[in-house]
Design a binder for this molecule. Structure first.
Ligand code: GLU
Length: 292
């Protein structure tokens, strides 16, 4: 029987905080209890925000915590070609279209529609307004001309077309801390025509994560609840690209005393700050509910 494969997949765009430590320790704990493998993946597709010193700090912090992962570590920035192959496949199936809208164009269209209808425009699970579909019906010749002229563009999923390509409900298996499983029905439609290749980056989080989980043979995805809804898109992409769907566990997020989730952007205390104050790895493990 093949061993279960777990992975911790941080983005090197800041120092790791306790929330990351929890996610990493939980993955490693599952791997140990399930007799599985533990991988580390560096999700650095956003070359504008990721920095080498943060990547070096990830290795350092995780080693300090006492974690061991398999080498070599997969660094997404070295695999844009793999994501491009997957994108070409989606394109070949007619599941995507180019979008030339700027953020401002989208905001203006939505403001107009809201003013006309007097109703709030629908939003995706992350709270962003759904794409109003401006470029969806653009004639292919016009799109090709604008691409050939070098006009910046993203690529979006054509959700209505995709529902025809993968008819029937999309389901995935969810597991809890004890390994009990149930089945969840994915609802990708609530994301609307999501961006699958960004304007400034030749892939997206959703595309890369799905390609990498499959290429690395990941069988069990353990990550924060903030990514739970994104699983809808991941399961849709797996069906379209004929990739296996891992099992998923989305853990609760650590919050600060004000109730906000820990975040690099909120300057939550980083692991190296705990370390500088004299905290031991054992103390971090215990604080996060693990037996060192
Ligand atoms: N790179 C993502 C993050 O740092 C995690 C992606 C995943 O686990 O699917 O939030």
């Amino acid at each position: 029987m093949t061993k279960p494969v777990f992975r911790f997949a941080p983005s090197p765009n800041g120092r790791l905080h306790l929330g990351h430590a929890f996610s990493a320790l939980l993955n490693a704990d599952f791997a140990r209890r399930f007799g599985g493998r533990f991988l580390l993946r560096i999700e650095d597709i956003d070359i504008t925000r990721c920095r080498p010193e943060f990547e070096a700090a990830i290795y350092d912090d995780l080693a300090w915590l006492g974690l061991h992962w398999e080498e070599p570590v997969r660094r997404q920035s070295e695999h844009f070609a793999d994501y491009h192959v997957a994108f070409q496949e989606l394109k070949g199936r007619g599941g995507v279209y180019p979008c030339f809208c700027t953020r401002k164009d989208i905001a203006e269209t939505i403001a107009c529609r809201e003013a006309e209808s007097g109703e709030a425009w629908p939003r995706d699970p992350d709270g962003a307004p759904l794409y109003p579909g401006t470029c969806r019906a653009m004639p292919a010749a016009e799109a090709e001309r604008r691409i050939a002229a070098g006009e910046p563009h993203a690529w979006r999923l054509h959700m209505a077309a995709l529902e025809q390509l993968v008819p029937g409900p999309l389901r995935f298996r969810r597991f809890d801390r004890e390994g009990r499983e149930d089945t969840v029905t994915a609802q990708p439609r609530r994301w609307g025509d999501a961006v699958i290749v960004r304007k400034e980056i030749p892939t997206s989080y959703h595309l890369s994560v799905v390609v990498d989980d499959a290429l690395q043979g990941v069988t069990h995805v353990v990550r924060g609840q903030d990514l739970e809804a994104a699983t809808d898109l991941h399961v849709l992409l797996q069906a379209l690209l004929d990739l296996p769907t891992p099992r998923y566990h989305h853990h609760g997020l650590l919050r600060d005393p004000e109730g906000d989730k820990l975040a690099k952007s909120r300057r939550s205390k980083s692991l190296d700050e705990f370390r500088a104050e004299g905290a031991t790895p054992q103390a971090i493990w215990r604080r996060l509910g693990f037996e060192p």
